[in-house]
Design a protein around this ligand. Structure first.
Ligand code: MG
Length: 203
């Protein structure tokens, strides 16, 4: 399986990092070694001093496909979850200055803690879905999927023009404003609506 991640998919987050609002989805990838499951801890890596959380709704692809039309894209994901796109912001800023790829800042081991996945039918409308992150019991980030620049369907259509989907591929769909640093000992809890989905510590 592979992991896609969308950058700058919420206007308020693009602005907080002084990035232009994109006219088509920006994506990068993480390897499967980035995944942390089952609320296992994240171990703070020694190559960064500015490790930041980005809380994102994650789609699980449940059908193979390529060149998928936007109006059919909803058939390709049946489950959603929530995850953290951990980012070594100091390394990412260096990459951005030099116009280099982001993998060093985004694709390292453990950079993608994910929740369990639930059927999208469990929600009234996945295009109007609240989610938030609590850091040590305080809400630090909240978003709603209606504020996405590119919908789930637009993302799927765009990505599938370049890379085929296989069963089990994941798509991190972008973070809203409020990203910030973590430190060793921090407790992260991510919710979709009122359901606690992801609950882990930084060690
Ligand atoms: Mg992100």
């Amino acid at each position: 399986m592979k992991i896609f991640a969308i950058g700058r998919n919420y206007v308020d987050h693009a602005k907080e990092l002084n990035n232009p609002v994109p006219t088509e989805p920006i994506f990068f990838m993480k390897p499967d070694t980035a995944i942390i499951k089952d609320n296992k801890p994240f171990f703070y890596p020694d190559f960064t001093t500015d490790l930041q959380y980005e809380t994102e709704i994650v789609l699980k692809i449940t059908r193979i496909g390529k060149n998928i039309g936007e109006k059919f894209a909803h058939r390709y994901y049946t489950e959603i979850g929530i995850g953290i796109d951990f980012t070594a912001r100091d390394l990412q800023n260096k990459c951005r200055e030099k116009g280099l790829p982001w993998e060093v800042a985004k694709a390292f081991d453990g950079s993608a803690p994910i929740s369990k996945f639930v059927s999208k039918d469990a929600f009234n409308d996945v295009h109007n879905l609240n989610f938030h992150l609590d850091l040590n019991g305080q809400t630090v980030q909240h978003g709603n999927t209606k504020d996405m620049i590119f919908s789930f369907e637009k993302i799927i259509a765009h990505l599938s023009n370049f890379i085929s989907f296989r069963m089990g591929d994941l798509i991190f769909t972008g973070t809203p404003a409020g990203v910030g640093p973590v430190k060793i000992g921090d407790h992260l809890q991510a919710y979709i609506e009122d359901a606690l989905m992801l609950d882990f510590y930084v060690k």
